[in-house]
Write a protein of this length. Sequence first.
Length: 222
Amino acid sequence: MTEDTATLEPPGSIAVIGAGPLGIEAALYGRFLGYNVTLFEAVEVAHSMADGRDQPIPMMPDRCLSPLAKGALEAQAGDDEPKSLPLSIGEWIDRVWLPLTQTDLLRDRLRCPARVSAMELVSPQTDGGEDSDEENDVPPDFRLRLAEGETADFEAVILATAAGGREIQRSFDEPVDYLFAVGRQPSGDAEQDFASGLKQIVAVYASLGGRADLDLYRPPRG
């Protein structure tokens, strides 16, 4: 990481848009690090996968959830009894992604249905007034506009929608600091895309933390 990398210390506020597998993972990862994360979903959890509920899971079952997800589910269950792995997409949704949104880390963090229709940049409020020198040193917040007319401000945004966030209107040019996307440019190989998305999540939080070695998925040294 370079000295001018845009960083954000916990408990900075982060919006994750899209409650599919990678969106839930991104929210979970942020909560493990102590960030104030809100997860927005326009329709329902794992909506993009729901039409294929009866189909086999598109990867090896032991690779369908991250170490963080596995740990969160085991902690919520409160026992050490091994659980069978999901074999269908429906089981993947019902036994992994939906329960993760109800774990202690993500409970009350999911807003669904809540469609984000637009984003803009706004200057954060400071105690020194509008002309304060402090305000000039603070990067602008992202203001999310929801379809219902509500607004919400966040210091960082992670886009994890099937369309890569292209469906959300912007009032600013990109690239812009503190705006990230995971899961873009899918290869068509679900297992490879999921693994690639997890690496993108690691990169997002390593950037925010200013630590190139920050990787919660890496097994601890024995």
